[in-house]
Design a protein around this ligand. Sequence first.
Ligand code: NAD
Length: 301
Amino acid sequence: MTGTGTDIGFIGLGNMGGPMAANLIKAGHRVTGFDLSATSLDAFKSAGGCPAASVQEAVKGAKAVVTMLPAGKHLRAVYLGEDGVLSALTEPTLLVDCSTVDVESARAVAAAAAERNHAMIDAPVSGGVGGAEAGALTFMVGGEEEALDCARPLLEAMGKTIVHAGGAGNGQAAKICNNMVLGISMIAVSEAFTLAEKLGLSHQALFDISSKASGQCWSLTTYCPVPGPVPTSPANRDYQPGFTAAMMLKDLKLAQEASAGVGATTPLGAEAGQVYQLFCNAGNEEVDFSGVIKMLRGENG
Ligand code: NAD
């Protein structure tokens, strides 16, 4: 899969897929892409990609297909639909889905691909648009080891960290479990700062103590929801994302769907979903998810 001339069909050239495809092109791959949005296709063309008129045209003859789509229903339509990826491929092809989708859809599409002798991995990412642009994404991979080995050169062109999480769908499982921790912990840290404010404890004092004590976590030390203690956190730029509240809500909903499907007990995950639903309903979908502290303070929502 390495070197110039590798044919990749790339479907879904949005905020994430656009820069990811651009990095594959920079690494010397020949990439043919398709997106429903003409604007995304134009940007892809400017980055050196070859725009196609349909999913089928983009993947025909490709050695590998990469997808970066909004949700499970788009994934199923793009792979399993009448004019979809699986019906267009005539040779065994490596399939790499980087979208964040429900575990069930990921496993259903991987099973359909396996029936037709295609190796498939689910490889959702963390790192956001900045990570996609910098080629610094983290991939959480579900699928066979051999398929991951084939995909590795492609993933390395788009990211820095690759973790194999197990069989098909386990990349998605890892992603939603991690983001459930993140959603809950951001609310926990935000509640602590809100309480501290009312008790007359300064942001810096709470940060200095908790970051060295048992309250220490990523939401506090890397992504602190109040301005000051961590200068790079979105709180210092009026909560511009970053990672939007809408994305967090999506992942918390996926976690709850998965929980319901397997009978797991995740009450705080459910509660975090409710909190982000309220925050989004108040018009904050595009605000960084750490902005939830404003709602907890009663500033909006
Ligand atoms: P986006 O909406 O910008 O891009 C998705 C693209 O898919 C759109 O351009 C859309 O036109 C295209 N699309 C949808 N259906 C299609 C079809 N049938 N054929 C061709 N194109 C189609 O979304 P994004 O921010 O790039 O996110 C993509 C995925 O990555 C999502 O699953 C998201 O949860 C995940 N993700 C996003 C971020 C982030 O910070 N944006 C971070 C991690 C993971």
